[in-house]
Design a protein around this ligand. Structure first.
Ligand code: ZN
Length: 291
């Protein structure tokens, strides 16, 4: 059972690349003076920054596709079908609560081989300022990408640990003093006040559990991140494809994985991963020119 599940997931991930072609996926990000966003859909890479000021349109087909390849009208929970939600290691408890990871002890949750590959790799604990200070964790290579996905304006690495569990243990201690989630409404309402992250890191480091203090990083480089936003929404109006299958309007900016549209609307691309959709854009027609 365990082996066949692992095998299926391996196949599923390979198939996913082909089947997910026509679905929405989170945008690729690239850290430059201003974050550069790319949307990969229908085999085309669309440079989203160039569409700011233009009319965009997202049209949902009414179907979603799970990472296992199953097509449905809607996901069961958290972007998974029923079976994957209860069986896939991608949806296990420790994905949501890293402090429950046990692969470093050789203890299986759903698929030990998969869990070993995922968990027994360098992880970082970081502090970021997106809507105020938060603590978070990320896999080795994902650092800056994760910060851009969360819409952080500043970030600093706090510790580098050899596995996911240790990062979870540090996070559990630090979230007694700072948030561990981004307040997305606040993040989308403007740039946060700058914070002295080096000072914050010094203060919070004292709360890292004694046996994990050896992993605190001496490097205090602060990464500053700017987003392509022409205009922030005044009152945030969250749009979803389940309610509005066709979303169109002028793109006013991009922050985190959110598209900011006219009428104070915001659209979270990441929350719509797996939605079989089309994406198009056009210049905004000049009004009053016809007659
Ligand atoms: Zn599935």
């Amino acid at each position: 059972m365990v082996f066949s599940l692992g095998f299926n997931i391996f196949i599923a991930i390979k198939l996913q690349k082909i089947m997910m072609k026509d679905t929405l996926k989170k945008m690729d990000t690239n850290l430059q003076d201003v974050v550069q966003y790319k949307l990969d859909i229908h085999g085309e890479n669309i440079l989203m920054n160039e569409l700011i000021g233009k009319q965009i349109k997202i049209e949902w087909s009414g179907q979603v596709i799970c990472s296992c390849g199953k097509k449905m009208k809607k996901f069961y929970r958290s972007g998974f079908c029923y079976d994957c939600f209860y069986e896939s290691p991608l949806a296990s408890q420790s994905i949501f609560k890293p402090e429950l990871c046990t692969a470093h002890l050789g203890i299986e949750e759903r698929d030990l081989e998969w869990e070993k590959t995922f968990q027994l790799a360098p992880h970082y604990v970081y502090l970021a300022n997106s809507s105020g200070i938060k603590v978070g964790i990320t896999r080795g290579t994902q650092g800056v990408i994760r910060w851009m996905d969360q819409g952080a304006s500043q970030a600093i690495l706090l510790a580098e640990v050899p596995n996911r569990r240790f990062s979870g243990d540090i996070e559990v201690e630090l979230k007694k003093y700072v948030d561990d989630v981004t307040n997305w409404r606040k993040m989308l309402s403007g740039k946060p006040k700058p914070v002295d992250l080096v000072k914050m890191k010094e203060n919070l480091s004292t709360y890292v559990p004694e046996e994990l203090k050896q992993y605190i990083l001496p490097d205090n480089t602060v990464t500053e991140i700017n987003y392509p936003v022409r205009e922030y929404p005044k009152k945030i109006n969250s749009t979803k494809l389940e309610r509005t299958p066709i979303i169109e309007g002028e793109l006013k900016g991009i922050k985190g994985q959110y598209l900011l549209l006219d009428g104070d609307r915001v659209f979270n691309i990441r929350a719509h991963e797996g939605f079989i959709s089309t994406f198009s854009f056009s210049d905004i027609a000049k009004q009053g020119k016809l007659f």
